[in-house]
Write a protein that binds this ligand. Structure first.
Ligand SMILES: [Fe+2]
Length: 277
């Protein structure tokens, strides 16, 4: 097939969407078609390779069930989820950066008093404190903001992954700020953990010699009336895999150092700035 014929093919395909009644769907579909054609041309995709790709995507779909979403995992490991988060959040300058939600969020965590530990079960990890102030972009403290936190235990797993091994409320908690906007969470020092690698998304990582570890982090979902939700992480500066996060969730502005505070507790300060709606 000549280059001219390939260009005519693309034009013909796109022309069939001319009268599409949904402008946004039209824009997305046409762009997907243009990029897919360009990709196939760029690599000179052969029929057997095209079929291997079809089989791969079929396997990704077949791996999905009520609790496993292999397409999200694939999107995460290709950096696409992270890119979508960057585009969707669109925070103003000075507001705290967001990052991926991840697959282990469970709604309705227990409400905890300020300073209370999220740790419910025995755990060998270092005890740490994460504290800071939640403000608007002008620096005014936000009262009544909720900080919904979750993280993995030192064994590497989130409570939701180990229904028989951890209490359901272990290392989960919702903290609500007072008039000063301050918050304080006690927890264990987060450790690196593997993303599920026993499916086609994991096979693709292995085929390229890539790892499937995430650096240690604590998740936060911050909500306050009149402000945009913020879904983010705090990363431990000393954790492994900080520069090779399997899902590209690390932002330099979210990395903090844990240091002994005046009471001798290992603490990190993470101030949070929210954008108005
Ligand atoms: Fe996580």
């Amino acid at each position: 097939m000549t280059e001219k014929a390939q260009a005519e093919l693309l034009e013909d395909v796109l022309s069939r969407y001319e009268d599409s009644p949904n402008p946004r769907l039209k824009e997305i579909t046409e762009a997907a078609i243009r990029h897919l054609h360009a990709f196939v041309e760029e690599v000179g995709l052969q029929r057997d390779e095209w079929f291997a790709g079809i089989q791969f995507l079929t396997a990704v779909g077949q791996k999905c069930d009520d609790t496993r979403q292999e397409f999200i995992l694939l999107s995460d490991t290709l950096g696409v989820s992270s890119l979508v988060e960057m585009i969707t959040h669109g925070g103003t300058e000075g507001s705290t950066e967001n990052t991926v939600l991840g697959p282990f969020y469970v709604p309705n965590s227990p409400h905890r008093a300020m300073g209370e530990s999220m740790l419910v079960d025995p755990d060998d990890g270092d005890r740490v404190v994460i504290r800071g102030v939640i403000t608007d972009t002008q620096g005014n403290p936000i009262e009544g903001a909720t900080l919904d936190c979750w993280q993995n235990a030192t064994a590497g797993f989130y409570a939701v992954q180990q229904p028989d091994g951890q209490s359901a409320e272990n290392l989960r908690g919702i903290y609500t700020t007072g008039p000063d906007g301050r918050y304080e969470i006690r927890t264990v020092r987060p450790v690196p953990y593997p993303i599920p690698s026993d499916g086609p998304a994991g096979d693709l990582l292995k085929a390229h010699g890539r790892g499937w570890m995430r650096p240690g982090h604590t998740h936060m979902w911050v909500r306050a009336d009149g402000y945009k939700d913020l879904i983010t992480h705090v990363f431990d500066e000393e954790t492994a895999y900080l520069r090779e996060d399997a899902v590209f969730g690390v932002r330099d502005s979210l990395v903090r150092k844990f240091m002994p505070d005046e009471d001798g507790e290992l603490a990190a300060t993470f101030d949070i700035v929210l954008d108005r709606v």
